[in-house]
Design a protein around this ligand. Structure first.
Ligand code: TXA
Ligand code: MG
Length: 345
C-alpha cells in the first residue's frame, strides 16, 4: 500500500485534506494524525474490521486496548454508558486535552477496541487537526499512538512513517506535537480515582478536582498484563539499550558508565537538558539536548530516543528529573524505555 502524505497547517487545517482523510476513515482505512500529545493512528471506532487493521499495522497484541477519540461532549453518549457525574466536571476542566477516562463501554463500540473488557478509554483531543478530522468523519475514532508496537511514540509525521510507511493509508503531517508524551489515563471505576498512566495532565492538576486521586506506581511484568493491558514494562523502546539513572545526583555515575562503554568500543548516546551538555564535553558520544525546561524534555523525549537510534547507538544514557508535574510522565517513559531497570538500584 502507498501511504499518502497530506501536509496540513496545524493551526488552520485545510478542509480539502481533512475531507480526504475523513473519507478514508469512513471507508474503513487507517490515517495517522497529530494530536497535542503524540500522533495517533486512527480508524473508525465503531467498526471491528477497521480497528483490527490498527492492530495489524502496528503489530500490536489484541490484549492491548485502544483509546476512542471524540470531538464534542455529546458524542460521549454513543461511546460510553452509565457515565458517573464526576465525568462532566472533569470534562469541563480538562477536555479538550490530554486526559483519557476509563468508562463503561457502550454497545456501539465493538469489544476489540477494549481488548474484550467491559470498559472503554475516551479522550477529546485539543489539536485543531484532530478536532477537524473527527468532526469531518463524524464517527468516534479509535487511535493508539502511531508507532510500531513497543517503539517510542511518534511526535512527527516522519516518525509515524518510520514505523508505518506502506502499512497505513495516509498521514496528516501537521508538524511536531506540542506536549510530546501521551495523555494521562484515569480510571474511575474503583473506590478512588486512579492514574493508570501519567501523562500530559499532571497528578497535581487532577488533585485540585479529585483530592483522593492516586497514582499507580507498581509496574506490571510483560507476562502479567491483566489489570491494565498495555501497561507492559518494555515500551517506548529504541533499538539501543537504555541505561537509566535515578536523578541529577547520578550525573557522575552516568558519566563513569559512559566512559566504561566507550572503552569497550560501544557507540554511546546521551539525552539530557541543554544545561547539562557541558558536563559531557570531551566524551566521544552523541548528544541529544532535550531543551531547557521539563516541558521541552517531554516534547523532545521520543524524538531524542529515535534520533540516537538512527545514529546506531549501542546504548543511550539518561537520568530522571523531578517526578512532579510533567516529570512523572517523563520518568515513566524513561523507565519503560529502560525495561523497568534503574542503574545502581
Ligand atoms: O495521548 C494519547 O493518549 C495518544 C493519542 C493518540 O491520543 N494515544 C495513546 O494510545 O497513547 P496508546 O494506545 O498508545 O495507549 C493507550 C493506553 C494504554 O496504556 C492502554 O492500556 C490504556 O490506554 N487503555 C486503553 N483502553 C483501556 C481500558 N479500557 N482500560 C484500561 N486501560 C486502557
Ligand atoms: Mg502507545
Amino acid at each position: 500500500m502507498n501511504t499518502r502524505i497530506l501536509r496540513i497547517d496545524p493551526q488552520h487545517p485545510d478542509s480539502t485534506a481533512i475531507a480526504e482523510a475523513a473519507e478514508i476513515l469512513r471507508s474503513g482505512g487507517l490515517v495517522a494524525f497529530p494530536t497535542e500529545t503524540v500522533y495517533g493512528l486512527g480508524a473508525d471506532a465503531t467498526s471491528a474490521k477497521a480497528v483490527s487493521s490498527i492492530f495489524e499495522a502496528k503489530q500490536r497484541p489484541l490484549t492491548d486496548p485502544i483509546i476512542v477519540h471524540i470531538a464534542d461532549y455529546e458524542a460521549l453518549e454513543s461511546v460510553a454508558k452509565n457515565i458517573p457525574p464526576i465525568v462532566e466536571t472533569l470534562a469541563q476542566q480538562f477536555w479538550p486535552g490530554a486526559l483519557t477516562l476509563i468508562l463503561e463501554r457502550s454497545e456501539h463500540i465493538p469489544p476489540i477496541v477494549s481488548a474484550n473488557q467491559p470498559t472503554v478509554a475516551v479522550r477529546m483531543p485539543a489539536h485543531p487537526v484532530a478536532q477537524a478530522l473527527i468532526r469531518a468523519a463524524n464517527i468516534p475514532i479509535a487511535a493508539p499512538s502511531a508507532n510500531a508496537f513497543s517503539r517510542p511514540s511518534a511526535t512527527t509525521a516522519a516518525h509515524a512513517l518510520q514505523d508505518l510507511d506502506g502499512r497505513i493509508d495516509a498521514v496528516l503531517d501537521g508538524g511536531q506535537t506540542m506536549i510530546g508524551v501521551e495523555s494521562t489515563v484515569l480510571e474511575l471505576s474503583g473506590k478512588y480515582p486512579r492514574i493508570l498512566r501519567p501523562g500530559g495532565v499532571s497528578l497535581e492538576q487532577l488533585q485540585i478536582l479529585l483530592p483522593e486521586v492516586t497514582i499507580r506506581t507498581e509496574l506490571i511484568e510483560m507476562s502479567a498484563a491483566a489489570e491494565a493491558p498495555g501497561q507492559l514494562i518494555k515500551h517506548y523502546s529504541p533499538r539501543a539499550k537504555v541505561l537509566l539513572f535515578p536523578d541529577e545526583k547520578s550525573l557522575p555515575a552516568l558519566i563513569h558508565a559512559a566512559q566504561g562503554r566507550i572503552a569497550k568500543g560501544q557507540r554511546v548516546g546521551i539525552i539530557g537538558l541543554n544545561g547539562e551538555m557541558p558536563a559531557f564535553s570531551g566524551l566521544n558520544i552523541a548528544l541529544f539536548p532535550l531543551g531547557v525546561t521539563l516541558e521541552d524534555a517531554a516534547r523532545n523525549l521520543f524524538a531524542g530516543l529515535r534520533a540516537l537510534d538512527e545514529q546506531q547507538m549501542d546504548v543511550i544514557l539518561a537520568h530522571g528529573y523531578s517526578r512532579k508535574g510533567i516529570g512523572a510522565a517523563i520518568w515513566d517513559r524513561l523507565l519503560r524505555a529502560a525495561e523497568g531497570k534503574v542503574q545502581g538500584s
